[in-house]
Design a protein around this ligand. Structure first.
Ligand code: ATP
Ligand code: MG
Length: 396
């Protein structure tokens, strides 16, 4: 079935960037000053998950480094850091460490923040490179502490460093993050903004074709497989990651069933496998208190008592939280969680009117499969760990 399945996976970098010509032009324009020995514009890249922000940035910067290799007096160094799970402070430490040799690394705690910045500036000043471009991927992890994002682009104008030109590229898939930045950061980091929109079915088809040529043995894909995978991913998300995932799973299913070719049916089956996986991941990532609330509703659902009102849910929640020795939160907090779970699509809310003058109340039920919720919550390590390897079902 597969000639090289790795080609369909996330880490693989294609040889040529396709379907992102405009975004590439914007990049090139912002980075143009590098070639003339000047300071590049800072760039803020945003767009939904899976639309090629990371892969395009990597490929464009690789090209920049290769192109400037020919220039005697320009030497570009890229420092790439994925900020997922890091605070602003930890990010600064990691940046220092990525500029330092292995014998001079610093530990990720115990230094004053100002001292870490000092180390960063002095490393930068000592660089052989004329230009250092920082890429902070998934930069929204830094949250509201955006001092680092202010300091890096200003390091030269604030005379912390003399020689090296600095550029900052921030990538994120959470547009609210941009809104949350302070004005002073917005005006530096967001000098150039590049938006990566969702792909349409036609673009996804081109992307899938490019990968499929290398990934699959010749002739194993039925003609309608790529158009269908592209159409389904295009309708739902516009994510190339999702489209590639569907294609990969369709191939795996065909292999598992010992079929000779990948068919439309495999694609449809793959879509449900992938969607189930996505829901599972989202469920798993919820905070513990949300898990407890969700579990309470799952209990009610199992007993045929949904849709249920907030009060009923709270009583079950309270029982589980007490028996499991979790923090028992107030009704107010549980109501917040119910709202969040509904927003994320895990719950369905009905508004029930109690007739004239009777006011109204809300009723909740699961909007995802009951057994999926139970499996994920029972496997969920944080809860299982917190309770000494007991499962939530032990507390009901
Ligand atoms: N234009 C493209 N050409 C070829 N492959 C692409 C393209 N865009 C995206 N991909 C592929 O889709 C997958 C997801 O892309 P990428 O990791 O760049 O997404 P992202 O926008 O950074 O998502 P996230 O916000 O989740 O980090 C990768 O496997 C990538 O190679
Ligand atoms: Mg990315």
């Amino acid at each position: 079935m597969f000639e090289d399945e790795h080609v369909l996976q996330d880490e693989y970098t294609p040889e040529k960037l396709i379907e992102r010509d405009e975004e590439k032009d914007d990049y090139v324009e912002a980075l143009q000053p590098v070639a003339n020995g000047g300071t590049p514009r800072n760039i803020f890249v945003y767009g939904d998950t899976g639309v090629g922000k990371t892969v395009a940035t990597r490929m464009i910067l690789d090209e920049l480094v290769t192109d400037t290799d020919e220039f005697e007096d320009v030497d570009v160094e890229i420092v790439w850091l994925n900020c997922k799970g890091l605070t602003s402070y930890q990010t600064a430490v990691q940046l220092v460490n990525s500029l330092r040799g292995s014998s001079r690394k610093i530990s990720s705690s115990g230094h004053a923040k100002a001292a870490v910045y000092e180390m960063l500036w002095s490393e930068l000043d000592d660089r052989d490179a004329t230009h250092v471009l920082f890429v902070l991927d998934e930069v929204d992890s830094l949250g509201s502490d955006d001092n680092l994002l202010y300091q890096i682009p200003r390091a030269r104008s604030n005379q912390h460093i003399e020689d090296t030109h600095i550029g900052l590229i921030g990538i994120c898939n959470n547009f609210k993050f941009r809104e949350s930045l302070s004005q002073r950061v917005k005006s530096t980091l967001c000098e150039t903004e590049i938006r990566f929109g969702p792909y349409d079915a036609g673009e996804l088809r081109t992307i899938l074709n490019q990968r499929a040529d290398k990934a699959f043995v010749d002739g194993v894909l039925d003609d309608d497989v790529i158009p269908l995978a592209a159409a389904l991913a295009g309708q739902n998300t516009g994510s190339a990651r999702r489209a590639l995932d569907i294609l990969y799973n369709a191939g795996s299913l065909a292999r598992k069933h010992d079929d000779d070719t990948v068919t439309e049916d495999h694609v449809r089956e793959a879509v449900s496998v992938v969607e189930k996986g996505v829901i599972e991941d989202e469920l798993r990532d919820l905070p513990t208190q949300s898990h407890l609330v969700l579990y309470a509703i799952a209990q009610l659902e199992q007993q045929g008592e949904t849709p249920a009102r907030r009060k009923e849910i709270y009583e079950v929640y309270e029982g589980i939280a007490e028996r499991g020795e979790f923090d028992v939160k107030a009704q107010r907090t549980v109501l917040d969680r119910l709202g969040q779970l509904s927003l994320k699509g895990f719950l369905h809310v009905n508004e029930v009117n109690k007739g004239r003058g009777g006011g109204k109340h809300h009723q909740y039920e699961l909007d995802v499969k009951l057994d999926l919720v139970l499996t994920v919550l029972d496997e969920h390590s944080r809860i299982v760990e917190a309770t000494g390897n007991q499962q939530l079902s032990d507390f009901t």
